[in-house]
Design a protein around this ligand. Sequence first.
Ligand SMILES: [Fe+2]
Ligand SMILES: [Fe+2]
Length: 284
Amino acid sequence: MTKQDILTDLDKINDLPTLPVAAFKFNQMVAEGTASMKEISIALGQDQAIVLKILKMANSAFFGLRKKVENLQHAVVILGINTVRNAVLSLSVVDCFKAGGKENTGDAMSLWKHSLAVAVTGQYLSQQTKVSTPDDCFVGGLLHDVGKLVLLQYFPQTMDSVRQAMAEKPASFLMAERELTNANHAVIGGALAKKWRLPEGLLGVIKNHHTMSSSSVDMDRLKVVHAANIIVNGYLGDYLGRKWPLSTHPSVEALMKKRLNTVDIWFPEIEPHIQEACSFFLEE
Ligand SMILES: [Fe+2]
Ligand SMILES: [Fe+2]
């Protein structure tokens, strides 16, 4: 059997999810760093649905702010432009996949739950270890497996074969997909992130969360998300609910040994936060 050339096929797909125009423009303006705060707020203000969600998020338990955030400019002042940018990316990516979702909605839901668990775990690890920044790690965790959503929505047969191979061997998702395609979900996610012109550090997390390539722009964030992913797979189980031993890249092991050794103690404590994030993002 020849391996499916997913990257070539991906290029031919015309209806790949796109970021909402306002979110895309906002992201570009922040990246270029030349626009004023007012100009940036006006750009995002073109999409009132996103603005409302940002305000809802800013006023939720998620950020735990004491003051009420009244408008977008206020949110930028209180939370900072990078946090708002991460929030915009998080909310718009979840939305654009939800809007285009046509296949296996149950599977998509379990992928989002996994991603949100990695996001919250990454945020916690970053807070505790002071490595990277918590909201960069949140968005990194949320999007690390975005390539799996592409597989699910655009290559459902491949996804089925991966699932079957995982159950038969048993193999991990990565092992199973390596046998079936020339790419893997990390490479596919990286290609999508490039199309969306996501920030380089975020692209590096998506593309390298399994390989831990040392050429990544934001190694600290990559290490945190890598650890969070392994912890979630070990604690909550993988795609098929199987639990895997906690085996992280050596550089990560050295960085957060204590957290890795005490996961049984702290993970149950953050589970309610994972639930909260799921209800917020997935509106359960
Ligand atoms: Fe992954
Ligand atoms: Fe993952």
